[in-house]
Write a protein that binds this ligand. Structure first.
Ligand code: AMP
Ligand code: MG
Length: 356
């Protein structure tokens, strides 16, 4: 089979995916090829998780360093025994409550999963996506499927098939187009291999919801720089989800941020730069009189909508060729924690504090 020569794109109805197309894509996975598919979080770039050579193709297609581990996707809780060992009862409790859904569990890696999936670590990250297309695909292939986000390394995650093709055309055998991802932010990662479970990445399942089940759970955001020693989850690197443009993240009271962002927009525009703004709907008029390109994320209070639109906003402003993107921080509470985390990484860890 000739890998990567030619990327085939199939449109699928996300509610009732065509069984013949699913069977074709499943056969490609079984033969060691790469299939990109939608999930409820972002698009995934999938390969047979039990085939080290197939998993290597993911790393080369994405330009992803071998030190960055990949999440394994399941269609049935019973597969946990195949991909992990010493699975604690808490994992089954959480799976019952949150799967299929945007919660990834870090467990002890089972013998069926080759080390390259987990960047050589003794653990494995697993989840069950809440989307009929990957569920049907994984069932048809009858495989656990390793699938990171379907974007070039360090780029904003892909939330549409068009984003996948922008980054990976010619590097993936099949793209299953099932429309835009609903959540738009990657899964919450919960490490169950520690004495006390730790959230390594905030996502669609909030810390507050996990606390109801695991009162002591902590959010451990390791906003590491690339040269830091002892990186446990290198996806935690600060430079991540980056647009080509420089991203300026503003924090402070709503009024202070408004003044600060308008001043920054004026300053950059008069310096001859093309300026983009990611703005809540209510804030968009603040920039209407300027030459800035405004992408509206949704109503300020509608965090799910802002989450859905965040990565496509970064990509759209990049496409329009802006030099700099201005965006206001959100309160890191509930789903806001996941949005704030992605913004902070896209801003390479720098926050501009605005004083009124
Ligand atoms: P992505 O699927 O591209 O959103 O990235 C997967 C991320 O999951 C990685 O960058 C890591 O941060 C995390 N991850 C995957 N496997 C493990 C693991 N075994 N232990 C800890 N974190 C993991
Ligand atoms: Mg990713």
């Amino acid at each position: 089979m000739a890998y990567f020569a030619d990327t085939k794109v199939f449109q699928l109805n996300p509610q009732s995916p065509d069984a013949q197309i699913i069977a074709r894509a499943a056969a490609i996975l079984r033969e060691g090829g790469l299939v990109a598919f939608p999930t409820e979080t972002v698009y995934g770039l999938g390969a047979n998780a039990t085939d080290a050579a197939a998993v290597d193709r993911i790393f080369s297609a994405k330009g992803r360093p071998a030190s960055d581990p990949i999440i394994v996707h399941l269609y049935d809780v019973a597969q946990l025994e195949q991909v992990a060992r010493d699975v604690p009862p808490l994992a089954y409790d959480l799976a019952r409550r949150f799967w299929p859904g945007p919660l990834t569990l870090v467990l002890q890696r089972g013998a069926a999963i080759p080390p390259n999936v987990s960047a050589g670590m003794a653990t494995v990250a697993v989840r069950m996506p809440n989307h009929p297309i990957p569920l049907a695909l994984l069932r048809a292939a009858d495989l656990p499927v390793a699938a990171p986000s379907a974007n070039r390394f360090a780029r904003p995650s892909a939330t549409t098939a068009a984003h996948v093709l922008d980054d990976l055309r010619g590097h993936v055998d099949v793209v299953l187009d099932g429309g835009a991802a609903v959540i738009g932010l990657e899964s919450t990662i919960l490490d169950l291999t520690k004495e006390m479970p730790e959230v390594l990445r905030p996502g669609g399942i909030t810390l507050e919801r996990l606390r109801a089940l695991i009162p002591g759970v902590r959010l451990v955001t390791r906003h590491l720089q690339p040269d830091d020693a002892g990186i446990e989850a290198p996806g935690m690197l600060l430079k991540h989800y980056s647009p080509h443009a420089e991203l300026l993240l503003f924090a402070g009271s709503a009024e202070a941020v408004r003044v600060c962002m308008q001043a920054a927009a004026r300053e950059r525009l008069s310096a001859g730069q093309r300026v983009g703004v990611l703005a809540a709907d209510e804030d968009a008029p603040d920039f209407a009189a300027t030459a800035a390109v405004v992408f509206q994320l949704g109503a300020r209070a509608d965090l799910p909508q802002i989450g859905t639109n965040l990565f496509s906003g970064l990509r759209e402003l990049d496409r329009q060729g802006v030099d700099v993107i201005l965006v206001s921080a959100v309160e890191p509470v509930g789903l806001g924690a996941a949005i704030y985390d992605r913004l902070l990484r896209a801003a390479e860890g720098r926050v501009i504090e605005c004083k009124s």
